[in-house]
Structure formats: structure tokens, C-alpha cells
Write a protein that binds this ligand. Structure first.
Ligand code: ATP
Length: 607
């Protein structure tokens, strides 16, 4: 028998498998979907076939036992033939051992195959998710993508490692018992034994319908619990800062109570159904004993046959229960598979076009000509024309929502323009391979994202072959060496997720060093807005000069010093370039920049 259906087990198994609310609708077209899984099984076909063979052996061994008992009783005990009795006993033991061996082998083999298939599938989904364009990731909540790789794969795990073997073994046992009882033994007694079958099937159907609903409710409540948990932990600073721990705990208690209530329903259903099946099984045994026993007394039936009937009846109930449970597993797995295939079926919006060529090493001359773009139908950039000479630093400034980041995303080819072209040394970005473009491009995001791993790993992120000396030199150039050396293990210091142990300024210096190690021709930098102390500020300013020297740079600037030192300032407003020139030129012009500068200077003067 397989385990209880998901959602019918202890709470912990449910907690581990959060799902989205839209799951568990009617399952459509499973055959087509299952066929898409086949290629993943192909490399392990040999073992998969062996596993099925072992399932057949184990089923046959299980089915032989009551028949052997019948032979032992009728041809051994009743016939007074000791040899026959011992032979039956020996065979019974043999069948038991064979069943055990084959059962273990099939369990091992099917898990072996199943786990590998899932590992391959998970890797494939992960690789695909990494390929998907920024547009996809900006539209899709992270949690959604994470559940494709966790709970959905887990739902498939149950089907692949347990479900399939359960289906084969229990299905065959079920059919085997019917065939043996009707065909080999006594059809009248068989009919009597199956008299309770309609009752069992009906109660199983009702249970299945109710439990599917209850199960879905449980999963929805789990999603609520996880959402509440994630939100309060993600926002722990705010929660603690405002002293809102108690209301948070209260909210958590409320969603938990709903989860408990939903869980209790599923447990109550199982509590009625499973012992109910036992009751039916006992009723079946009583019927056989009554009807069969009477016929034995009449001399119409042998004791051995009656015992075999009782034995088969006992093995008959398990498959029915198991198969009904399998329905839930199957349904969850199909819903999961649909979502996984949905991810795999999503094409990256930005990819290599047919005929794309590698971008040759560039000098860094950038040109945007007539570029218009919108994330949706609504335009965010309107006819942008901009020429940046190789080695020039352009500071992009403008009010919030003006389109500065969007402009930078188009230069990095995270999106393609709807109209117009972005050219690097005269090559249209759409005509070159993405990998070759990114290899010559460096991006320093606002929050210098650091990955878990050592400082050295992080610095080598864009240039895996960089030597220790390269790292040291880059750090020294941007003034990050001091930071690294102050850490307990220097370059080998492990940083926690997102560099939680480092200050904002330290993270910035390290992300500059990382960009310097990669040494890109074209650098896109979104200057951090987080305020740091004056000394660090000065250090960051100097580091920035080192980083920008000798390469083309688009800087979404937030610091006055950066803007002033830029070769050119581009003012963006409402998705258009409204002014450009040097600091002195724009101040003299007394336009939009001059006004912005006034705003900037006011707090600076106070400081
Ligand atoms: P800030 O200085 O605040 O970062 P910005 O000038 O960089 O602003 P953008 O981030 O380029 O502005 O945004 C320009 C417009 O595009 C905004 O109206 C914003 O709401 C919209 N926008 C930005 N990203 C997306 C997205 N992924 N999907 C849809 N709309 C977006």
C-alpha cells in the first residue's frame, strides 16, 4: 500500500508543499503532458524496464500466497499428504522471499530512476529560468518561480517514485484477484465476495470527492501561512522598528488557525473513511465465512478454497484504497506538470536571432537612434537619440519614473526597443549574440548584489579566470582592499546572503571592484542612493573615477559629484531627452538641469 494521499498526512508534509491557488482543477490532456516527460526517462530506460519487471514479479509472488495455502490445506492436510504440505509451505516461503526481493528491488530501482529524472527536470527548469529575459522576471513573482522548482517538482516526485509502481502493482493485483476468484475457484462465492464492492467503490468515490476539496483547501491555507511568514520575515526591520510584533503574531495565529481547521477536516475524513474500509473488509470476511462455510459443511466446497478466498479478499481491499489515493497524487502531479511545462514553454524574449553574429571586441561607441519603448502598450521612452563616444561618461539624470533605468536596460539589451536601434560600434544589438554582448558589458546595480560564497568568488563573478593578483589590484584601485583586509579571512571570507554582514558602502566598493575585474568596454552603473558617511562617500567618489576611466559609461547618477565630473549630462523627463551638455553648459542655459541642481545644492549647502 502506498502512503496516505498528500494532504491526508501529518501537517509537516503539507507545510513542505505550498501551492498556488489555481491548482487542482480538472486535469486535462494528461497523456500529452506525460508524453513530454518521456525524454527525461529515456537515458534510464534499462533500469525503468527492470523496475517494471520487478513489479510484475512482486505482484505475482503476492498473488501466489493464498493459492499455495489452498494447496497446502486441500492437497496436504485434508489428503493426509505430508510431502504436499511441506512442498506448499516451502513454496509459500519461497514466494514470500521472492516477493520481498522483487519488492525491494523495484522500490530501489523506481526511486533510482525517478530521482534522476526529477534532478534532470529540475536542472532543466533552473537553466531555463536563468535564460528567461528580465521582462519575465519583472512580471513573475519570485515565489511563483521558486515553487516551480520546489513544490511542483515534489508533487511530481510522489508520482514518479511511488505513484507509478503503486499503479502497476495495485492495478495488477486488483485484476489478478478478480481473475483468480472467478476463473480458477468458485464464481458463486466470488460473486458473494464482491457483493460489498459497489459499497466500497461508492464510499471511495465520495471520499475522493470530499477529500479533493478538503485537500485543496488545506493547500490554500498553507499558502496563506507561508505568505504571512514570508512577509513578516522579509519585513522584519519594519515590523520591529514599529513594534508591530504582536499584531504580526496575531495575524499569523489567525491564518494558522484556519490552516488547522482545514487540516482537521482532511483528518476527520480519513478518520471516517479508512476505518470504514476496515469495516467493509470485516463484513466481506463474515460473508465468505457464512456462505462459504455453509457450503463447506454441505460438502460443496473445500476448506482450502474458502481459506484462499479469505486470503484474496484481504489482498483485494488494499489496491482499491491505494488506487483511490493515487488519484490525488496524480491530480496534484498533473497540475504541477502543467505549470512546469508552462515555464519550459516560455521562450526568452531576448535571445539570439537567426543569423546573430558574435560581437567583435568593441571600442565602446554607443548610439541610440530613434529609440521608443514601452513595457506594455504604454510608451515609456519616446524617440531617444543619443551618441556616446568611446570612453565617454554620460550621467543620466531626471525625476523619478522618467525612464532612466529603462534607457539603461535597453543599452544592456534586457529589452529590445519597439522602434529605433541601439548600436555599439555600429553593430545593432539585435544582430549580435547575447553572450558576446554581455561579455563586453558591465552592470553595477544600485544595491551591489553579493552572492553567498567568498569575497573572491564574488569578485571573480564576471571574470572566472582572474588571478588572485588581479583581484588584489582591482580592490586596491577602488580602495576596497582595506575593506577586504579588515575581514576575518580576507578574500576567503564567506559572505552571507546578499552580503548582509557588510555595510552599504562596503558593498558598493566591492561591486566596483567586481566590475573592474571584469574590465568591460561599456559600463552601466546605477548609482546607489543609500547615504554613507563623508569619508566613505569620498572613497566611493574616487573609486568611481577609477572605474569609469577609459571605458564608455552610462551612469544613472544620484550624486552631485558624479554628475559634475561626467563628460556629459543627459536630462531625461517623461521618456524624452530634454537637455544635454556639460555641467557648466547646462547651468548657463538655466533650464531643467539648473533647477534640478538648485534642489541638489540646497541640502548640500546645509550639510
Ligand atoms: P527612478 O529614478 O525612480 O528609478 P527611472 O527614471 O529609472 O525612475 P524607470 O524605472 O525607467 O524610471 O521607469 C519608467 C516608467 O516605466 C515608470 O513609469 C515605471 O512605472 C515604468 N516601468 C518600469 N519598469 C517596468 C516594468 N518592468 N514593467 C512595467 N512598467 C515599468
Amino acid at each position: 500500500m502506498i502512503g496516505r494521499p498528500p494532504g491526508m498526512g501529518p501537517a509537516s508534509t503539507v507545510i513542505g508543499t505550498p501551492v498556488d491557488r489555481d491548482e487542482a482543477g480538472p486535469v486535462r490532456l494528461p497523456r500529452r503532458k506525460l508524453r513530454m516527460l518521456l525524454p527525461y526517462f529515456r537515458p534510464y530506460a534499462g533500469r525503468a524496464v527492470l523496475a517494471v519487471a520487478m513489479m510484475l514479479v512482486a505482484t505475482a509472488a503476492g498473488l501466489a500466497a493464498p493459492a499455495l495455502a489452498q494447496v497446502g490445506i486441500d492437497d496436504g492436510i485434508r489428503a493426509g499428504d505430508r510431502t504436499m504440505l511441506y512442498l506448499a509451505v516451502g513454496l509459500l516461503v519461497g514466494a514470500g522471499l521472492l516477493g520481498w526481493l522483487a519488492g525491494s528491488a523495484q522500490s530501489y530501482l523506481s526511486s533510482w530512476v525517478g530521482e534522476r529524472v526529477l534532478l534532470d527536470l529540475r536542472t532543466r527548469v533552473f537553466q531555463h529560468v536563468q535564460l528567461l529575459s528580465l521582462g519575465y522576471h519583472e512580471r513573475t513573482p519570485t515565489g511563483w518561480t521558486v515553487s516551480r522548482l520546489t513544490s511542483d517538482i515534489e508533487a511530481l516526485d510522489q508520482l514518479v517514485t511511488e505513484g507509478v509502481s503503486s499503479l502497476v502493482v495495485n492495478g495488477l493485483t486488483f485484476l489478478g484477484v478478480i481473475a483468480i476468484l472467478f476463473g480458477v475457484y468458485d464464481w458463486q462465492l466470488a460473486l458473494m465476495a464482491f457483493a460489498i464492492l459497489p459499497l466500497l467503490v461508492a464510499s471511495t468515490a465520495v471520499f475522493r470527492a470530499l477529500s479533493t476539496r478538503a485537500y485543496r483547501r488545506t493547500r490554500e491555507r498553507v499558502a496563506d501561512v507561508l505568505a504571512a511568514l514570508q512577509e513578516s520575515i522579509a519585513g522584519i526591520r519594519v515590523v520591529q522598528g514599529f513594534g508591530r510584533q504582536d499584531p504580526s503574531a496575531e495575524e499569523f495565529r489567525r491564518v494558522n488557525a484556519e490552516y488547522r481547521a482545514a487540516n482537521m477536516q482532511t483528518i476527520w475524513l480519513s478518520g471516517v473513511y479508512f476505518p470504514g474500509v476496515e469495516l467493509l473488509s470485516a463484513a466481506g470476511t463474515a460473508l465468505i465465512l457464512w456462505f462459504g462455510g455453509s457450503r463447506v459443511l454441505d460438502g460443496d466446497l473445500t476448506v482450502g478454497v474458502m481459506v484462499a478466498f479469505l486470503g484474496y479478499l484481504a489482498t483485494f481491499f488494499d489496491p482499491i484504497q491505494a488506487l483511490s489515493q493515487l488519484y490525488n497524487t496524480f491530480q496534484a502531479a498533473m497540475a504541477a506538470l502543467e505549470k512546469i511545462l508552462g515555464v519550459l514553454g516560455t521562450e526568452p524574449e531576448i535571445g539570439d536571432r537567426p543569423g546573430a553574429v558574435p560581437l567583435p571586441p568593441v571600442r565602446g561607441r554607443l548610439e541610440l537612434s530613434g529609440v521608443s519603448f514601452g513595457y506594455t502598450r504604454e510608451r515609456v521612452l519616446h524617440g531617444i537619440d543619443l551618441s556616446v563616444a568611446a570612453g565617454e561618461t554620460v550621467a543620466v539624470v531626471g525625476p523619478t519614473g522618467a525612464g532612466k533605468s529603462t534607457l539603461a536596460k535597453l543599452v544592456a539589451r534586457f529589452y529590445d526597443p519597439d522602434e529605433g536601434r541601439v548600436l555599439l560600434d555600429g553593430h545593432d544589438l539585435r544582430g549580435v549574440t547575447v553572450a558576446s554582448l554581455r561579455a563586453q558589458l558591465g552592470i553595477v546595480p544600485q544595491e551591489g548584489h553579493l552572492f553567498s560564497g567568498t569575497i573572491a568568488d564574488n569578485l571573480r563573478f564576471g571574470a572566472p579566470d582572474a588571478t588572485d593578483e588581479d583581484l588584489r589590484r582591482a580592490c586596491a584601485a577602488v580602495g576596497a582592499l582595506e575593506v577586504v583586509e579588515s575581514l576575518p579571512d580576507g578574500f576567503d571570507t564567506e559572505i552571507q546572503e546578499r552580503g548582509a554582514r557588510l555595510s552599504a558602502g562596503q558593498r558598493q566598493l566591492l561591486s566596483f571592484a567586481r566590475a573592474l575585474v571584469a574590465d568591460p568596454r561599456l559600463l552601466i552603473l546605477d548609482e546607489a542612493t543609500s547615504s554613507v558617511d563623508l569619508r566613505t562617500e569620498r572613497r566611493i567618489e574616487e573609486a568611481l573615477q577609477t572605474l569609469l576611466a577609459g571605458r564608455t559609461a552610462i551612469v544613472i547618477a544620484h550624486r552631485l559629484s558624479t554628475v559634475r565630473r561626467a563628460d556629459r549630462i543627459v536630462v531625461v523627463d517623461g521618456g524624452r531627452i530634454v537637455e544635454q551638455g556639460t555641467h557648466a553648459e547646462l547651468i548657463a542655459a538655466g533650464g531643467r538641469y539648473a533647477a534640478l541642481y538648485g534642489d541638489w545644492e540646497a541640502p548640500a549647502a546645509v550639510a
